[in-house]
Design a protein around this ligand. Structure first.
Ligand SMILES: [Zn+2]
Length: 381
């Protein structure tokens, strides 16, 4: 028996817009195989994702949107309606069977939720999830259905538990924020690159929830080019304050790994060191406040060869109280995938840093982030 589950099936790779689209779920297979080659993940740990029902999707999404996605996936939605549902953009174009393949992503996250909330296991991960930009009636930012938002509502409706949502993806988790902006029963924490130059543009410090939900949204916008030390300092102190004040029953975390300096879509300057530490920080909070109950899901991450597999492995390591291996990356893994990779696959667990750009404004950036941290800590005094 294992106390941690890993939700995976190759069917998740069918969530795919096109061959040239930056959202490439090949990274799930790369991560899963790396963990298996290391011998830390076995078939005993794996649970297959189920498909979310329409009723479950409707916990967050509008029925006409779900119908439109079904039709779009069969090629029967009139093109005149694409714009209305967010399908006219290059970010979220129509693809074959998009409803079934998106509902599987949501179902995977619900599979992880049920495994934890039923008491079967203490924690679980579903790296195929984390589609945090999906809106209730519109696709956005590579996301069709918002598995995170559905999972939060599902935990509330079915298990009546208080959820702390922690989103460390480089982009603001806007879809989740707007789903629960007036809801006092969800604490929504997102740390991200400021929206000044980055999609989706929201996630300012001043967005704190509305009505009864005021104070249950916490946004931590960081300056572009933020480095490890500043990131970890701000993250650790603010997330701990939020957790201490809210006292959640369970944590759901989105582990986007696009804060890395080699990520092609963002401008933060963190290294693998920070990405390795984040899941342990979240796991420690779950141990301290929630009897260990945590569900970790994926998110963004667009350097799928040199960043994502090593970073996401640490989600699994953290959940299992394992450390970064002393041994190099298994040769079997490199040999399996080198011919498909356009870059040399990494041989060790550390960044080479030969292409790391020194940031001249580092002091200024850290000071600004520090001010943001202190403003947030003030709210919880
Ligand atoms: Zn992202």
């Amino acid at each position: 028996m294992t106390n941690v589950k890993y939700i995976y099936s190759e069917d998740l790779l069918r969530y795919r817009f096109s061959d040239s689209h930056p959202f490439n779920q090949m990274r799930l297979k790369l991560t899963t195989d790396l963990l298996m080659d290391l011998g830390v993940l076995t078939t005993q740990h794996i649970l297959k994702p189920r498909v979310a029902t329409d009723e479950e999707l409707m916990l967050v999404h509008e029925p006409n949107y779900i119908e439109a996605i079904k039709k779009a996936g069969q090629g029967t939605l009139p093109e005149s309606e694409y714009e209305k549902y967010g399908l006219a953009s290059e970010d979220t174009p129509q693809f074959v069977n998009m409803h079934e393949n998106s509902a599987l992503v949501v179902g995977g996250t619900l599979t992880a939720v049920d495994a934890v909330m039923s008491g079967e296991v203490t924690c679980a991960c579903h790296l195929g999830g984390g589609l945090h930009h999906g809106f209730k009636g519109k696709a956005s930012g590579f996301c069709i259905y918002n598995d995170s938002a559905v999972a939060i509502q599902y935990i509330q409706s079915k298990y009546k538990q208080r959820v702390l949502y922690i989103d460390t993806d480089a982009h603001h988790g806007d879809g989740v924020q707007w789903s629960f902006y007036t809801n006092e029963d969800v604490m929504n924490y997102s740390i991200h690159e400021t929206g000044r130059y980055l999609f989706p543009g929201t996630g300012a410090l001043t967005e704190r929830g509305d009505g009864k939900g005021f104070g249950t949204t916490v946004n931590v916008p960081l300056d572009a080019y933020t480095e490890d030390e500043s990131y970890l300092d701000v993250f650790q102190e603010t997330v701990e304050a939020v957790c201490e004040s809210y006292k959640p029953d369970v944590i759901l975390s989105v582990n986007g790994v696009d804060i890395h300096y080699l990520d092609p879509l963002t401008h933060l300057s963190c290294t693998l060191d920070t990405l390795y530490k984040i899941p342990y920080i979240v796991k420690d909070l779950a141990d301290k406040y929630c009897d260990g109950k945590v569900i970790m899901i994926g998110g963004g991450g667009y350097n799928i060869w040199r960043v994502v597999p090593r970073a996401w492995s640490h989600v699994w390591f953290a959940l299992n109280d394992l450390q970064t291996p002393h041994s190099p990356i298994p040769k079997s893994w490199i040999e399996k995938y080198q011919s498909q990779a356009p870059v040399p696959l990494p041989e060790t667990w550390t960044d080479e840093l030969d292409d790391y750009m020194e940031i001249p404004r580092q002091k200024e950036i850290s000071e600004k982030n520090n001010n943001t941290k202190h403003r947030i800590l003030e709210w919880f005094k």
